[in-house]
Ligand binder design. Structure first.
Ligand code: UDP
Ligand code: MG
Length: 332
């Protein structure tokens, strides 16, 4: 029997929230596919605070097979948190998250791995024939995908597909918050990953209920804003705030120029001129924004330096000693 610490080829991570009916079917469908791959594997179920019997079902599965691991949250933290917990505990060289409701097809795992073996770091699943309600799910998510593609610069057909294969190194660079699991490819691209997509099957949900609705769209939009900002300015926030502050000062300057013109040419008094006051307001606002940028610069430094993070990502090195004496990560 395999010991827990031996190296694992593939980790499949399944977020589970109230999926008691689906789980036995899922497990019965996934395990034969994993066995057929011919590499070592583990299957990590993350019970995201289910209130039904999901955990008991999972415990039964794990008791029967040590390659099945279970993480149980104290309460419901959301799909992104569940996936993050699975990733952090995964030992595989390749990590493949998938939904618990069998909407993803376990047969596709082998196809994703083939692409990884071709040298890609991320192979994103694309539910080309989506089996969800058109107006409330498919259409909004198509629009969302288009917007995400534009804003992040990583153009994929389907960001919402859980079934995706990641090379381990890529995920170890990515921290997930909010609903951000759908932006992993964008983060991955930012650390230089080679990304591709692959059409995968998609089935209608047969047991249990979907946990999502249109409200999720708002959260995704807000996350997108954060991601866009971080992708562009995470290591140089003052470029964003400073530029904005200077622009606002420019507007203040225009207002005051107009005031001056009116004063010199038509002799209008300052205190009756709304542009004079507007200029003062804009100058103060610009100052605030600039100072805010300085604060952002400070917290950025705290973020990077307290965690020993670098502002670059190395793919590999040649003839460099493994433990670089200047490497700040050693100091932790
Ligand atoms: N899920 C989770 N925590 C949540 C909501 C969902 O772990 O708070 C899991 C759920 O059990 C499923 C996956 O995330 O395995 C996708 O959820 P769902 O099928 O409800 O989403 P949909 O396919 O309808 O977008
Ligand atoms: Mg689903």
């Amino acid at each position: 029997m395999e010991a827990v610490s031996t190296s694992v080829g593939l980790s499949v991570v399944v977020p589970v929230y109230n999926e008691e009916e689906s789980l036995p079917h899922l497990h019965a469908a996934v395990v034969p596919e994993l066995e057929a791959l011919g590499r070592s594997w583990e299957l990590i179920y993350v019970d995201d605070g289910s209130s039904d019997a999901s955990f008991e079902v999972l415990r039964g599965l794990a008791d029967a097979d040590p390659r099945v691991r279970v993480i149980r949250f104290r309460r419901n933290f959301g799909q992104t948190a569940a996936m993050a917990a699975g990733f952090e505990n995964a030992q595989g060289d390749v990590i493949v998250p998938m939904d618990a409701d069998l909407q993803n097809d376990p047969k596709d795992i082998a196809r994703l791995l083939e692409k990884i073996d071709e040298g890609y770091d991320v192979v994103s699943g694309w539910r080309a024939q989506r089996q969800d309600a058109f107006w409330t799910v498919t259409l909004p998510s198509r629009l969302g995908n288009a917007v995400i593609g534009r804003m992040t610069g990583v153009v994929l057909h389907d960001y919402g597909c859980t079934l995706t294969a990641y090379r381990r190194e890529v995920l170890s660079e990515v921290r997930l918050y909010g609903e951000m699991h759908r932006f992993i490819p964008a983060w991955a691209a930012a650390v230089g990953a080679r990304i591709t997509e692959l059409p995968v099957a998609h089935h209608a949900r047969r047991w249990g209920q979907s946990k999502y609705n249109l409200r999720k769209a708002v959260r995704v939009l807000l996350d997108l804003l954060t991601v866009r900002f971080l992708l562009t300015y995470a290591t140089k926030p003052q470029y964003f705030f400073g530029r904005l502050g200077l622009r606002v000062w420019g507007l203040a300057g225009l207002c005051w120029t107009w005031t001056l013109v009116k004063r010199l040419i038509w002799g209008e008094p300052l205190y009756t001129d709304p542009f004079f006051m507007t200029g003062i307001f804009l100058a103060l606002a610009g100052l605030q924004i600039l100072l805010f940028g300085l604060l952002a610069e400070m917290s950025m430094r705290t973020y990077y330096e307290s965690q020993g993070k670098t502002i670059y990502v190395v793919r590999e090195t040649v003839n460099l000693p493994a433990a670089d004496p200047l490497d700040r990560r050693q100091r932790r």
